[in-house]
Design a protein around this ligand. Structure first.
Ligand code: HEC
Length: 134
């Protein structure tokens, strides 16, 4: 069987885009489960718990705007993970997700698999946040 280059390209695009759609859907589910309570469903920092915190939860739709129009992917990844962020002044009110996720993921997938799954969850969240920018 001979497959034309165009068909092959289309196939590749479809496979890649379905993977991407899944990644975003996964990130969105994770976001609604873990983040919306503080940051709000739409990411604007207006979740039901927001008024209970000393620091207002960040408006997550403005991360690109605050970075000259580019989504600061690795900075966002590190901020969500939280395990390697040098603590600033005062205490962080945002949970350290790298630790929270890893506790459960390690129990299910072991230390190496658990770390991989935890990182994948943080990637999915970062990718989802990238889609929220205005
Ligand atoms: C308990 C409330 C709470 C929850 C739940 C929470 N956050 Fe936060 N988040 C905050 C607060 C408050 C800040 C502001 C800075 C600080 O206190 O560290 C923040 C800051 C951030 C920042 C940094 C924004 C910036 O401009 O520096 C990112 C990114 C972020 N949160 C993403 C998330 C994601 C993704 C989740 C879910 C996995 C989440 N947050 C869950 C309270 C929360």
């Amino acid at each position: 069987m001979r497959i034309s280059t165009a068909a092959l390209t289309l196939l590749l695009v479809l496979v890649q885009s379905s993977g991407w759609t899944e990644e975003i859907a996964y990130g969105q589910a994770e976001y609604l489960a873990s983040c919306a309570v503080c940051h709000g469903e739409g990411g604007r920092g207006d979740g039901p718990l927001a008024t209970e915190l000393r620091t207002a939860p960040a408006d997550l739709t403005m991360l690109s705007a605050a970075n000259g129009g580019d989504f600061p992917y690795w900075k966002v990844f590190a901020l969500i993970d939280g395990r390697y962020v040098v603590p600033g002044h005062g205490t962080r009110e945002m949970p350290v997700w790298g630790r929270e996720f890893l506790a459960g993921d390690e129990a299910t997938y072991g230390p190496i698999g658990g770390e991989a799954i935890t990182q994948e969850r943080i990637h999915a969240l970062s990718d989802y946040l990238a889609t929220m920018q205005r």
